[in-house]
Design a protein around this ligand. Structure first.
Ligand code: NIG
Ligand code: FE
Length: 423
């Protein structure tokens, strides 16, 4: 199997490196619309330390006086190169798994029925409370390593399986530990409003106050999250509760995100727009009004095709969103219930088949538009001068071929901030 090279093994940050003989480079600029991936045939890429200096046709490189001579050069052997993949919505750290629920759903039970019978999110909450911080770190690190092998160089991770002050902080500290030891970009989201914990079933207002008055201040005090998310849907929080929580998060410096319109059309997208959320995620049941509101607010729509697939829901109206001018990101939603696979290329494949998106549109969705959903589109998500040197060499001839043939892992080499992590 491929080997991950850790930061201490990284080469000189001042070194100039060249990747040549790229079959096709997919630049994926932030502008130009969802399908504009800007392919360049016979390309090369030059970077210094962790920053890209130049990307273009290899023929333009010799004698270019504005560029330094490379200290080291690498051969892409005609492979495809894409920006490092960005998984902008995951629930990475959790105790246990829920394979029995998968069996029940295979036999026709619905996600909602299973949750109402005491399974679902709350069963993972009790398993996560019962798992030590060290064990959560070990388990998540193993999963994360496999994600990196697939080409993921940026990941967002949510809390939401603790639902007590201590257990939410524990989950977020797991992400901080991983961030300190993994050579990729990691961002954390506080999702204390994922479900009403059993001990607050009859005192919802009290739990909302625990979230706003105790959890949010503790999370921001410890600098443990960039974002605040809420699950607003029938089995979880109301729109009003969601708004109170996201506003409290905003005051404390957390950027809002919303689990919106997943199971019912209850105005989650409208809430995302109202609070100025950076993304509205799921959207399987989004209304036309919801689409208009997020377009006007500049909110990114994050599609989660694995969750749609595992729960056998109708997919979100991706074409309608794109036609309205809403950027559509693609992510895994990796979690032990609705989306128990962390395979981002698999999610991308499903975005083509279920959501009627072209491979090029999907590629933008898992790179630069996912970067927008995390507010890091000026740093990563495209292969352009000034951006971090985050990119993946794929053993394939085109993005169409990659997502159509669909091999378990087509990533030949994964580069993060200029260093080769996986060879
Ligand atoms: O994004 N929708 C709410 N939360 C998760 C599911 C979590 C779970 O089933 O454990 C989701 O699909
Ligand atoms: Fe989710």
């Amino acid at each position: 199997t491929n080997e991950i090279i850790w930061p201490e093994d990284r080469a000189d940050p001042e070194a100039v490196r060249l990747l040549k003989n790229i079959g096709t480079l997919f630049i994926c600029p932030d502008d130009g619309g969802q399908e504009y991936v800007k392919p360049r045939r016979n390309a090369a890429l030059l970077w210094k330390g962790d920053v890209i200096l130049w990307a273009g046709s290899e023929g333009e490189l010799p004698g270019n006086r504005d560029l330094p001579e490379p200290d080291e050069s690498f051969d892409a052997e005609g492979r495809v190169v894409i920006p490092g993949l960005i998984d902008c919505h995951t629930h990475l750290a959790f105790g246990g798994w829920r394979p029995d629920e998968f069996e029940l759903r295979s036999l026709g039970k619905s996600y909602e029925e299973i949750a109402a019978a005491g399974g679902g999110i709350l069963s993972t909450v009790s398993a996560t409370r019962d798992t030590s911080e060290q064990d959560l770190i070990r388990k998540s690190a193993g999963l994360l390593e496999e994600m990196v092998r697939l080409g993921v160089t940026t990941i967002e991770c949510k809390s939401g399986y603790g639902l007590t002050l201590e257990d939410e902080l524990k989950q977020l500290r797991v992400y901080r530990s991983l961030k300190n030891s993994f050579p990729i970009r990691m961002m954390s989201t506080f999702l204390g409003a994922h479900a009403i914990p059993p001990e607050y079933r009859d005192k919802r207002g009290k739990y909302v106050r625990l979230v706003t008055e105790e959890m949010i201040p503790a999370v921001t005090e410890a600098g443990l999250a960039e974002f605040c998310d809420v699950f607003v849907d029938a089995p979880a929080f109301t729109i009003e509760e969601g708004e109170v929580i996201l506003e409290a998060g905003k005051k404390a410096g957390l950027i809002p995100k919303v689990h919106a319109d997943q199971l019912t059309a209850n105005g989650g997208a409208e809430l995302a727009a109202k609070v100025g959320a950076v993304s509205a995620d799921h959207l399987e049941c989004v209304s036309d009004r919801g689409i208009t509101s997020i377009r006007e607010a500049g909110t990114v729509a994050v599609s989660l095709p694995l969750a749609t697939w595992y729960l056998r829901k109708e997919p979100l109206p991706a074409r309608k969103l794109m036609e309205a001018g809403v950027p559509v990101a693609v992510s895994t939603d990796f979690n032990p219930g609705s989306a128990p696979s962390f395979h981002l290329p698999m999610a991308m494949h499903l975005a083509c088949t279920l959501q009627y998106m072209s491979p090029a549109e999907v590629l933008k969705g898992a790179t630069i538009y996912a970067a927008r959903a995390l507010g890091v589109n000026n740093v990563t998500g495209s292969v352009e001068p000034g951006k971090k040197a985050d990119f993946v060499e794929l053993d394939t001839e085109s993005v169409n071929h990659w997502l159509y043939h669909f091999r378990p892992d087509a990533a030949a080499r994964v580069w993060s901030e200029g260093a080769c992590l996986v060879t």
